[in-house]
Ligand binder design. Sequence first.
Ligand SMILES: Nc1nc2c(c(=O)[nH]1)N[C@@H](CN(C=O)c1ccc(C(=O)N[C@@H](CCC(=O)O)C(=O)O)cc1)CN2
Ligand SMILES: NCC(=O)N[C@@H]1O[C@H](COP(=O)([O-])[O-])[C@@H](O)[C@H]1O
Length: 195
Amino acid sequence: MVLASGTGSLLQSLIAAAVDDYPARIVAVGVDRDCAAAGHAETAGIPAFRVGLRDHADRAAWDRALTKATDAYQPDLIVSAGFMKILGPEFLDRFGGRIINTHPALLPSFPGAHAVPDALAYGVKVTGSTVHLVDAGVDTGPILAQEPVPVLESDDEASLHERIKTVERRLLAEVLAAVATRGVISDGRKAVIPK
Ligand SMILES: Nc1nc2c(c(=O)[nH]1)N[C@@H](CN(C=O)c1ccc(C(=O)N[C@@H](CCC(=O)O)C(=O)O)cc1)CN2
Ligand SMILES: NCC(=O)N[C@@H]1O[C@H](COP(=O)([O-])[O-])[C@@H](O)[C@H]1O
C-alpha cells in the first residue's frame, strides 16, 4: 500500500520495482488530493482511492476515513511516498510500526513539508534522503536508512530535489524489500532491519 500526494515519481519507481521476485506487491494507492500519482496507479491497473481533508468535517473524521479506506486492502506495510499529510492517531493505532516514509533530507535536519528549500536556504553543503518508520511526530520516527546528497553551487530547489529523488527511488525500494523480507526491530527511537 502506497500513499502519495504529488507527481508520483517515487510511486512509479516502486511500481517498476515490484515485479518478478520482488518481495512486495502494491495492493492499492491512496491519495489525499487529485494528483498525478493516482493516474500512475490507474495506468498500472492498481486500485486507487482519494480521501481529501476538505471532504470531511474535521481532521479526526479525515483520519478515520483514511484508516477505513486503507484497512479495506489489509496491507502488511504502508509506504508514504510524497504523502503530504500528517497521519493521525487512528491511522497510527491501526498501522503503527508498519508505516515507512521517505523524506528528502538527512533527518533530524529539515523535517516537515519543505525540506529541500529549507536546506537550500540554510546553505548546507550536504543534504540527503532518509527512510524512516512513521510515528506520531513529524519526521521523528526511527530511521531505517539514510544516504547523503551533495548540494551544488548551481542548485536551485528543482535541481537539488531531483538529485535527492534519484537516491530516494532506489533507497526506498531497497528498504521496502528488506523490511518485507526480514522485518524491523524498533525500540521507538532506533530501528534495525535484521541481517
Ligand atoms: N504522523 C506522521 N505522518 C506523516 C509523517 C510523519 O513523520 N508522521 N511524514 C509525512 C511526510 N512528510 C515528510 O516526510 C510530511 C508531509 C507533510 C507535512 C505537513 O506539514 N503537512 C501539512 C499539510 C501540508 C499540505 O497539505 O500541503 C499537514 O498535514 O497539516 C509534514 C511532513 C507523511 N505523514
Ligand atoms: N515531507 C514529505 C516530502 O517532502 N516528501 C517528498 O515528496 C517527494 C515526492 O516526489 P514524487 O511526487 O515525485 O514521488 C519526495 O522527494 C519525498 O521525499
